[in-house]
Each structure stands twice: as C-alpha cells, then as structure tokens.
Design a protein around this ligand. Structure first.
Ligand code: KG4
Ligand code: ZN
Length: 347
C-alpha cells in the first residue's frame, strides 16, 4: 500500500510517499515561514501564493526521489491523500485542487484527510507503533485537545481549549517579550537560559474536566512582564521588548513554558488514569517541545510515543500515513470531481 500525501493547510507545502502506514519512502517540505516571520504571524494571502509556487516542484521532487530509489513511478502509487481541513481557505484550496486533478489525470483513488487527525498519525511512522486504545494529546498552533481513540477512525473528543491554542499562546508570549516568530521554538530556546520559578503564573480554571484555557495565562505573562519593568497594566505591550533585560525575557519564557506545559500534562495524566489506554501519543507542532516531553516522561507510568520534531510540525508524511490507514481499513475514497475544502473542520 503506497500513498502520496499532500499537506497545504497553512504555510507549509508538504508532500510525501508512505508505504503501509509505516515507512516513509520520499518527502519534500517547503515553507513560506521566512516571509511571515517579518510580520510576526502568518499572512493568509502570502501563504496561499507560496503554496501555488511550491506545490508542483514538491510533487515532482517526491516522485523523482521515489523513482530513483524504487525504480517505479506513478504506476506504483495506490492513492492520493490530501488535507481538506481545517486550515486557511486559500492554502487548502491549492492542495485539494492539485490532488483532485492528479487523482483524475493519474486515475488514482482520492482520500480527504482531517489535518488534526493527520498529526496523530505521524506517530505511526516511528517504532514502536502506538497501540489502541490510544490517548492523543494534540497541541498545535490551532488546536489543544485530548482525544481517546478506541481504534482507527473510532474516537471521542475528551476536551479542548475554550479560547487560545497552546501554540498560539507560545507565539503571543514570544511577541510580548520580543522573541522571533514562530514563538514555540524561540520561547523554548530562551527558556533554557531562564529561571522557571522567577514568575508565579496562575493556571486558569476551566468549566469541564478535560477542557483547556490559555488566554488568561497569556494575560498573566503580560502583567508579569509589565511589573518586571516597574510598570502596570497601562504600559503598552509593544514597549516591553525594549524595556526587558535579556535575563528577564528568559525568565518570563521559562516560567510561561513550565506553567503552560503543566496545564496540558496534568489533564493528560488524569485522562490516562481514567481511560487506561495502551499508548499515549503527543501530536502537533508543540509536541516538538522538550519540556513537554520531559514532564510527560516524569509523570506518566508508561513510555510515550513521539515522532521527531520534523514530523510534529506540518508535513506531508502524516497525511500519507493516515491515507494508508484509510485504505487498509476499507474507508470509502472521495470524489475527485467534487471534494471541497472545509476550513473549520472539527474532529
Ligand atoms: O502543527 P503546527 O506545525 O501547525 C498547526 O497545525 O498549527 O504547529 C505550529 C505551532 C506554532 O504555534 C509553533 O510556535 C509551535 O507549534 N511550536 C512549538 C515548538 N515548535 C513549534 N511550540 C513549543 N515548542 C516547540 N519546540
Ligand atoms: Zn498542524
């Protein structure tokens, strides 16, 4: 079972070929991140235009790599999987229209993939593969949720964020202290040099057992940074990067990261005790965070599955992997003449 996967939901153009939902045979990843970094956040129109520029070269590169290493080309591909949501409309359209066209021209079945489900499947590319029942902590720029999978495609959403996603909180905290976009990696790096107990940040209370909330924590960071430079809530956040000393920035980063990570780890441990899953996986961009991995390792009684950082952030391999499982589990393919994007797709 060999599937070509296409991911284009945001600023990454990821294409990959995966065999049997397990082995990565070829991959290509392009990103317009450098341009967005100049503005401190993703500009949807720029992201979509970059998708147009990158997608055909990325597909060519992957097919060429696959052909060189396997002496077989398109004829060996059993199907095409593509992210159809959630994501930015313009970006999603490029991937979906490209995949639909290829499915028709190359006469291959087409499989529409939910981006967030895709993140979970990156974990099937590493040994040992996760086992069901499976608890997934999904932590990205757009999502923070706990999902309990009884089996492939049979799952319950246990809880999710009621406001910001955890990755979004990393990005906003980076902006407050003047660290470069994307905030996740820059806050994580700054935190290495900081004191995680320097600032006492309160964890917001949330309505339901497995729901999350990060907007209060972000405000807590803003207030702590204002106080650290001798100001109060009237001090504009844009003046903070110039007023904070480097060490204060590192301390804010470390204190925020510790608290944000504790918030997701505490709920994951609670869900683990209640549901007793056979495996726990973390998925999405924030799953690359080493403090998250460290805290989970220290608090969960089982080894947790993680993919390398490059498979945690958006990529084509996770989409191809989920596509393989759709075929192997007998899921019906989608119509290449009508498949539409769904920017607000939920799990
Ligand atoms: O999954 P992803 O690539 O895109 C979405 O589907 O959202 O996740 C991107 C998010 C960004 O918010 C980024 O700041 C965060 O993941 N991120 C990290 C790390 N690497 C990326 N957050 C914390 N620590 C990291 N090492
Ligand atoms: Zn993602």
């Amino acid at each position: 079972m060999i599937i070509l996967g296409i991911e284009s939901s945001c600023d990454e153009t990821g294409v990959a070929i995966v065999e049997n939902g397990h082995t990565l045979l070829a991959e290509s990843l392009a990103t317009s991140m450098d341009v967005h970094a100049l503005y401190g956040g993703v500009i949807p129109e720029v992201a979509a235009r970059s998708q147009i520029e990158y997608i055909i070269p990325a597909i060519d590169a992957v097919i060429n790599q696959f052909s060189r290493e396997n002496s077989a080309g398109w004829e060996a591909i059993d199907g095409i999987a593509v992210t159809y949501g959630a994501g930015l409309s313009g970006s999603l359209l490029i991937g979906v229209l490209t995949a639909r066209t290829l499915a028709i021209v190359k006469n291959k079945p087409l499989y529409a993939v939910n981006h967030v489900e895709g993140h979970v499947y990156a974990n099937f590319l590493v040994e040992p593969q996760p086992k069901f029942p499976l608890l997934a902590l999904i932590v990205s720029g757009g999502h923070t949720q706990l999902v309990y999978f009884r089996d492939h495609f049979d799952y319950d959403l246990l809880g999710q964020t009621v406001d910001d996603a955890i990755g979004e909180a990393f990005d906003k905290v980076a902006k407050i202290v003047g660290l470069p976009y994307p905030g996740g990696p820059s806050v994580a790096n700054a935190a290495l040099k900081g004191n995680e107990n320097a600032f006492k940040l309160t964890k917001p209370k949330v309505d339901a057992k497995y729901n999350f909330s990060f907007s209060g924590l972000k405000t807590g960071v803003l207030r702590a940074a204002q106080a650290a430079v001798g100001g109060d809530y009237r001090l504009s956040s844009t003046s903070l990067p110039a007023l904070l000393a480097d060490q204060q920035k590192y301390d804010v980063a470390a204190s925020f990261q510790k608290t944000a990570v504790e918030m997701v780890v505490e709920k994951t441990v609670e869900a683990f005790k209640e549901y007793e899953p056979a495996s726990v996986v973390i998925a999405g961009g924030v799953a690359a965070n080493s403090e998250l991995r460290r805290q989970l390792k220290n608090t969960l009684p089982i080894d947790i599955n993680y993919a390398p950082g490059s498979l945690c952030t958006d990529n084509g391999a996770m989409i191809a992997t989920l596509g393989c499982f759709k075929v192997m589990q007998g899921v019906q393919s989608d119509d290449p003449y009508t498949l539409a994007i769904n920017p607000n797709l939920k799990m």
